[in-house]
Write a protein that binds this ligand. Structure first.
Ligand SMILES: [Zn+2]
Ligand SMILES: [Zn+2]
Length: 352
């Protein structure tokens, strides 16, 4: 199997060949046709996640072995299937659900595999989609693409389902309740579009970039706020016409988390999504007096991805600009470099 892999922690991506697996049970081998490039792969290539004052979490602590193949926004066709699988090789395209659990624990039995403590995520513990082929442990993780554009469909597996899962943690909300989306990059803009598509109308988009805020307004944000302001909490509350009922923080560094917490109304909810590193500093007494909830969000579940794909098939969700380019080690590195340096526009999807 030809893959584009990091030979060791912190190394740049290289082309290499690895052994193709023998398929048993309901395992499938997928010919990757489209593979989206996600910002979390920047951290994966660096070899660690920033935990603020707790230091760095090396990828190896999450069970990553090298060479490591990243990439978890995968669309492809079935190349081969194990003896118990019902799918057969053919032209039909599938979105691959990458957030796979152990299959045995309570979370997995409840179809919440993204909560599994023994996760086997594609692109982390298992090889991902920067490759010509990817091994998937069960055909149940394949979702028919249907008529969706394959490059865009690929992005539903991470940026899409992450937004969808975060949005579901704050809905339903009253018509007058403001939900803030902090960070109007790719995933945040998807959340704005989903909130709008699911019928919510008071959406405040927050970013430091006015172009991103203009894009958010086009996708349904009713209020936009540039948080470079001197007093971002007061400014955000004023712009939103009152305190926030909920905030979804796609940046989630110390500054954005603090701003969001202090702008919430009594009973408000903060959903923390971004992996940018930082600390919560908030008076614990105020947390209790104000009945504040803080929820973490990591990607989404298989039922959530299926529901999102159905939503995408039933109505035209606004989509971010996507640029497609042929997959190679150089293309993977360049796409990750662009994300790392903040000069990526929309999403890059690599193709075979
Ligand atoms: Zn991702
Ligand atoms: Zn599990």
């Amino acid at each position: 199997m030809h893959v584009y892999a990091a030979p060791e922690a912190g190394a740049r991506i290289e082309a290499m060949d690895i052994d193709a697996p023998e398929l048993s049970g309901s395992e499938v081998l997928i010919d990757v046709t489209h593979s989206g490039v996600c910002h979390s792969d920047v951290h994966c290539r660096e070899g660690f996640f920033d935990l603020g004052s707790a230091g760095k979490l090396p990828l190896s602590a999450s069970g990553v072995t090298y060479p490591a193949v990243f990439g978890h926004e995968i669309v492809g066709t079935v190349a081969a299937a194990g003896p118990d699988a019902k799918v057969r090789p053919g032209d039909e395209k599938f979105i691959v659900f990458p957030w796979i659990g152990c299959g045995k624990c309570q979370a997995c039995r409840e179809d919440r595999e993204n909560y599994c403590p023994q996760g086997r995520n594609l692109s982390v513990q298992l090889n991902g989609g920067y490759a010509e082929q990817v091994w998937v442990p069960d055909e149940r993780y394949l979702i028919p693409l249907g008529d969706l554009d394959p490059a865009w469909g690929a992005t539903l597996a991470c940026s899409g389902v992450t937004s969808y899962s975060a949005v579901n943690k704050v809905l339903p909300r009253g018509a007058d309740d403001t939900i803030a989306v902090i960070g109007a990059g790719g995933v945040g803009l998807m959340a704005v579009a989903l909130l709008h598509a699911l019928g919510h109308r008071r959406i405040a988009a927050v970013d430091v970039n006015d172009d991103n805020l203009a894009a958010a307004r086009e996708l349904g944000a009713t209020v936009t706020f540039n948080s470079r302001a001197d007093d971002p909490v007061a400014g955000l509350v004023e712009a939103a016409g009152g305190r926030l009922s909920a905030a979804i923080d796609f940046v989630n560094n110390g500054a954005t988390a603090s701003m969001a917490m202090r702008a919430l109304e009594k009973g408000g909810t903060l959903v923390s999504v971004g992996l940018c590193g930082g600390e919560h500093t908030y008076p614990t007494t105020v947390l209790a007096l104000n009945l504040i909830s803080i929820l973490g969000n990591f990607v989404g579940s298989l039922p959530e991805l299926k529901a999102l794909v159905e939503l995408a098939k039933s109505q035209d969700l606004p989509r971010l600009p996507i640029s497609e380019r042929p997959m190679s080690a150089e293309a993977v590195n360049e796409a990750l470099d662009a994300l790392e340096q903040g000069r990526a526009k929309g999403r890059t999807v690599l193709t075979n």
